[in-house]
Design a binder for this molecule. Structure first.
Ligand SMILES: Cc1ncc(COP(=O)(O)O)c(C=O)c1O
Length: 407
């Protein structure tokens, strides 16, 4: 968008930040289903190789359909924020085939053998395994602490001078624990550490980590950004534009985790309704959490919109609304949990989250299956824990479905 007409609302940004990205003036950026791009002359080819914009060379390097989605995400994360000089914050996003691919670029692009990464003890299972298996195999150590306790963060940084990066996931999957981004980033920055935030559960509508001086934000775009469950994807967003265009881009293309034009197109369309969807997701989730909290069959509800949640204050400080993912335990443990899931009539039994319809899953046997039992129990992922991503259906239907399944 033009500097002369700064957009004042995040939905306007979601719809207009990227422009049309095509010479034919198609309203929507088309699906550029092409592996490679033509050069008018040898010199034209040389210039494109040498230039900073590698969008029109080879689709592992970039593609105009990716650019449309990347520019939108970068604009959403930067919305209303300023850089150190008081100018509008500029960010660069790199779209990937999956959240896991984007995270691999994030970690391998910033760490080397002998370094360590500090992270929270409740994380998405794939992130945890990536750290403890893939990074470990390359000689990069994962130090895992309860990052809600700032003393533990300070102690770990003191004890392990090889920590180069701090990775925060907040709200964390599936316990919905929240880490104070501002406080952890402040501690990390006094030691010159790189800080990254997994913003998947919150989306830039609810939480903008770049407010707190972090270096990278990461999303599994598979979730709320796409919003409709139509494609797997991931994105890495950075504020050091030069680093994003050079070393991070290099790792991205060498690892080969590029997106594809069809998935990028679906993502670009999904993001246009982010604000509307999130408002409804969050309003429904609040009602579901309040209903479950008072239900006699429920032992515990993890949702930061409830004042009973220990991270309520941190969530209220850094998030516009508490999100739409929660987890809860039934009084009858695993068996009661299984029976409840099987009785659901409308809510969908599936992993993943952030789709327009309500999804219900069982982390111990699904998303966190790869994590040893003692470890996952230590992190709060008990055998009977149910995770629910509340959709945008009419609230009465969601509540009626829960009511009949809990009987
Ligand atoms: C918080 C979080 N981060 C990362 C990922 C990995 O993303 P993907 O499945 O798109 O590779 C997930 C997937 O569920 C997630 O929930």
């Amino acid at each position: 968008m033009s500097e002369k007409f700064p957009l004042t609302g995040i939905s306007s940004v979601a719809m207009h930040a990227a422009g049309h990205q095509n010479a034919e003036d198609a309203h929507l950026t088309p699906i550029f289903a092409t592996s490679t791009f033509t050069f008018d002359t040898a010199e034209d080819g040389m210039n494109r190789f040498a230039g900073t914009d590698k969008t029109r060379v080879y689709s592992r390097w970039g593609n105009p359909t990716f650019t449309a989605a990347e520019e939108t995400i970068a604009a959403l994360e930067a919305f209303g924020l300023k850089d150190k000089n008081g100018n509008s914050l500029q960010l660069k996003a790199l779209l990937h085939a999956s959240g896991q691919a984007a995270m691999t670029t994030l970690f391998l692009g910033n760490l080397k053998t002998g370094d360590a990464i500090l992270s929270h003890y409740s994380l998405y299972g794939g992130t945890q395994e990536l750290m403890t298996k893939v990074l470990a195999a390359t000689g990069i150590e994962a130090i895992i602490v309860d990052m809600r306790n700032l003393n533990k963060v300070e102690e770990a940084i003191q004890q392990y001078p090889n920590i180069k990066m701090v990775h925060i996931e907040t709200p964390a999957n599936p316990t919905i624990q929240c880490v104070d981004i501002e406080a952890v980033s402040k501690i990390a920055k006094t030691k010159g550490l790189i800080v990254s935030v997994d913003n998947t559960f919150a989306t830039p509508y609810l939480q903008q980590p770049f407010k707190y001086d972090v270096d990278f934000v990461f999303h599994s775009t598979t979730k709320f950004l796409n919003g409709h469950g139509t494609a797997i994807g991931g994105v890495l967003i950075g504020k050091d534009l030069e680093k994003m265009r050079t070393s991070i881009w290099k790792w991205h293309v060498l690892l080969g985790g590029n997106s594809n034009p069809f998935d990028a197109f679906l993502l670009a369309q999904g993001m246009k309704t982010l604000e509307l969807r999130m408002e409804r997701h969050c309003a429904n989730a609040q009602k579901v959490a309040e209903y479950l909290e008072q239900h006699p069959a429920i032992a515990k509800v993890n949702f930061t919109g409830l004042v009973s949640h220990p991270d309520h204050a941190v969530s209220a400080k850094q998030m516009r609304l508490p999100g739409a993912v929660m987890s809860y335990e039934l009084k009858g443990g695993l068996d009661a949990g299984k029976q409840f899931i099987n009785k659901l009539q409308m809510c969908v039994r599936a992993i993943s989250l952030g789709t327009v319809d309500t999804l219900v899953s069982h982390p111990a046997s699904m998303s966190h299956f790869g994590i040893p039992r003692e470890e996952r129990i230590k992190y709060g992922i008990t055998d009977g824990l149910i995770r629910m991503s509340v959709g945008i259906e009419n609230i009465d239907d969601i509540l009626n479905d829960l009511e009949q399944a809990l009987k």
